[in-house]
Every structure is written in structure tokens, then in C-alpha cells.
Design a protein around this ligand. Structure first.
Ligand SMILES: Nc1ncnc2c1ncn2[C@@H]1O[C@H](COP(=O)(O)OP(=O)(O)OP(=O)(O)O)[C@@H](O)[C@H]1O
Ligand SMILES: [Mg+2]
Length: 255
């Protein structure tokens, strides 16, 4: 059974058709790529998948369940997590606190804890602290845990955001331009990192990227969007030399 299946997804922003008849089937463990020129509709596809927008038309099935039109927190609980094209971290908080934020959605003490003393809460708080630090250690960023996030190198901030996305124990992780703003060396390192987290956390990964070396090196199957429609798809070799893809990127170097 595929982990994610999207059928005939269409989305309008007013009169603008941002996504038109988008289809995909992603198998567990896969690293899947979504590419296309600026404004092609890539982020919108992710926003529809995570419930930020309700699709105008179409169906999204995740892990055998119809999640079409469900709100983001429910979709998150079912096991889809993401990072953003523009980092969304709390700049004034420490790296650790940014990761811990993701754990609070799973807190157990609830209302009863508020009535029946603080012990449960302290216990829960300590557990979250420990789990967040362990997660950061796995990602090799534990040394930054207590530093304010806005002062950290960009590549590390990206890792903090990934740690936060992993805290909810997702099955499917969506990465929207994970190497935007990175140096070539940081990009190489991120390629290794994506493979590492895929294996370590048993993930399926769906990623958007403009850097062809990154996409071609990681993905087994790539879909190309242009003006909201899929214009090509297949393995990296087929995409690289596809005339439609070259035309869509004309004026932009395919590197
Ligand atoms: N909330 C919104 N309201 C209105 N129009 C939107 C909204 N979000 C996106 N769009 C428009 O939808 C189209 C697709 O945008 P989207 O952000 O999905 O593109 P993208 O492929 O992610 O581009 P980029 O590579 O620049 O990130 C664009 O024309 C964009 O201006
Ligand atoms: Mg985008």
C-alpha cells in the first residue's frame, strides 16, 4: 500500500489555478522529488497535503485514510510533518526550546494534571527536555541546545527545524527547499543528512528543491511541475534530459 496517494488535486486562489490535476503515489521509504520553476505550485501542493489549504478538488489519502480537508494539527497527528521554505523558528528562543515546542502537542497531563498537583507536570517537563536533547544528539546538534537560535549558523538552524519536525515522530516528512541559502559544502552535508534521517527514523521523504545535484542525487523518482501541472516525471536520468523540463527551466541554468 502506498503511504501517500494524491488524486486529481486542483487548487484555485481566487481566479488563479495554482495546482491542476496533480497526482502522485509515494511508497514507504521512498525519497521523492518535486521540482519546477518559481511559482509552479510546489509549495501549494505541500500546503494542501498538510491541511494549510483545503483543495478545490481532489483527494489525498495518507496511510490508508482520507485526509482531504482535515486541519493541520490532525494531519500532523496522523504522521505528516514538514519544514518550511523560509525557516520558521522562534529566533529569541534557544535551539532546545524550539525543538521542545513540537513535543507539547503530545503532552499527557492535561486538565487533570492541573488539578492534581504539579508532580505530573514536572515529570512530563523533564521527559520532554530529555527526549528533545536525545533527538538533538542523534542529529549531532546537541552542543547548540542552549544557544539562542538566531545566532546559530544557517545550516544548524535548518537542522534545528528538522529536529522539530522529527519530534512528532512522523512517517512522512516534507522538506520545502531544505538547502535554500546553503553553501555548496552545507548542501553536500545535507544530502548525507537526509539519507541518515530517512534510515534512522524510518521515514518517507518528499522534497522540493531547485538544486538539481541535490534532487538527482537523492530521489528515485521526480515530478516536475510547471504552471500547476505535471509536465514530466520519472527517475533522475529521464528528468535531466527531458525536453519539456529543459524548456520550463529555460533562462534558468539546470545545474
Ligand atoms: N496564499 C496564496 N494566495 C494567493 N496566491 C498564492 C498563494 N500562495 C501561492 N500563491 C500563488 O500560487 C502560485 C504557486 O505558488 P507556490 O508558492 O506554490 O509556488 P512554488 O512552486 O513553491 O514557487 P517557489 O519555487 O518560488 O517557491 C504562484 O503564482 C503564487 O503567487
Ligand atoms: Mg515554494
Amino acid at each position: 500500500m502506498p503511504l501517500l496517494e494524491i488524486k486529481n488535486l486542483t487548487h484555485f486562489f481566487g481566479g488563479l489555478r495554482a495546482v491542476h490535476n496533480f497526482n502522485t503515489t509515494i511508497e514507504p521509504g521512498e525519497i521523492r522529488g518535486l521540482i519546477g520553476p518559481n511559482g509552479a505550485g510546489k509549495t501549494t501542493v505541500f500546503n494542501l497535503t498538510t491541511g494549510v489549504y483545503k483543495p478545490t478538488q481532489g483527494q489525498i489519502l495518507f496511510d490508508g485514510q482520507d485526509i482531504t480537508g482535515k486541519p493541520p494539527h490532525q494531519i500532523g497527528k496522523l504522521g505528516i510533518s514538514r519544514t518550511y521554505q523560509n525557516l520558521r523558528l522562534w529566533g529569541n528562543l534557544t535551539a532546545l526550546d524550539n525543538v521542545k515546542i513540537a513535543f507539547y502537542g503530545r503532552i499527557r497531563y492535561g486538565l487533570l494534571g492541573a488539578f492534581f498537583g504539579l508532580n505530573g507536570r514536572y515529570e512530563e517537563e523533564r521527559r520532554i527536555d530529555q527526549e528533545a536533547r536525545e533527538l538533538m544528539a542523534l542529529l549531532d546538534i546537541e552542543q547548540y541546545a542552549d544557544m539562542v537560535v538566531s545566532g546559530l549558523p544557517y545550516g544548524i538552524q535548518r537542522k534545528v527545524e528538522m529536529a522539530r519536525a522529527l519530534a512528532t515522530k512522523p512517517k512522512l516528512l516534507l522538506l520545502d527547499e531544505p538547502t535554500a541559502g546553503m553553501t555548496p559544502a552545507e548542501m553536500e552535508e545535507t544530502m548525507e543528512f537526509v539519507l541518515y534521517i530517512r534510515d534512522k527514523f524510518n521515514l518517507t521523504i518528499w522534497l522540493i528543491e531547485h538544486k538539481m545535484r541535490f534532487v538527482m542525487g537523492l530521489c528515485s523518482h521526480i515530478q516536475v511541475l510547471n504552471f500547476g501541472e505535471i509536465i514530466a516525471e520519472g527517475p533522475p536520468e529521464a528528468i535531466q534530459n527531458h525536453p519539456e523540463v529543459i524548456r520550463a527551466y529555460l533562462g534558468t541554468a539546470v545545474t
